[in-house]
Design a binder for this molecule. Structure first.
Ligand code: SF4
Ligand code: SF4
Length: 127
């Protein structure tokens, strides 16, 4: 969890530790049948989502809390937390309690398939 700064509009004391409760990993923009299929496979798993961020980058997201977050949304290892946590939020990675990290979110395979259909993508395999 980030420290509170006066100039920015987020307050970790008022948040449920959103940034500590998932693992988003950037993936290549899907561009072929195999890519579409891989994303469908991700989305067939529980607690896995896929999103497109504000920079049009795609991510697979594992909805799982960090082992160090407490029931009252504090970091147990605050002093030795990863640098990635210390550097968050940043110009590129906005505080998600203030600004949602995605422009498009797929919570399951059905939502993604509907998106592919709408975009006119050939995603079905013959067999
Ligand atoms: S999402 Fe933002 S407000 Fe919430 S804990 Fe993380 S940095 Fe703090
Ligand atoms: S180490 Fe601490 S700050 Fe980093 S994700 Fe875990 S609980 Fe959050």
């Amino acid at each position: 969890m980030a420290e509170i700064e006066n100039e920015v509009e987020y307050d970790c004391r008022e948040c449920e530790g959103l940034c500590c409760r998932h693992v988003p990993i950037e993936i290549d923009t899907p561009s072929c049948k195999r890519d579409y299929d891989t994303i469908r496979w991700y989305l067939h798993h529980e607690n896995v989502r896929v999103f497109i961020d504000h920079y049009r980058k795609w991510h697979v997201e594992f909805m799982t809390p960090c082992e160090h977050i407490t029931k009252d949304n504090k970091c147990k290892e605050y002093a030795s937390r990863p640098k990635l946590c210390k550097d968050y939020p940043s110009e590129e990675h906005h505080c998600e309690n203030f600004d949602l990290p995605y422009t498009t979110l797929f919570k399951n395979a059905k939502e993604y398939e509907a998106y592919l259909e709408k975009k006119g993508k050939e995603w079905r395999w013959k067999r």
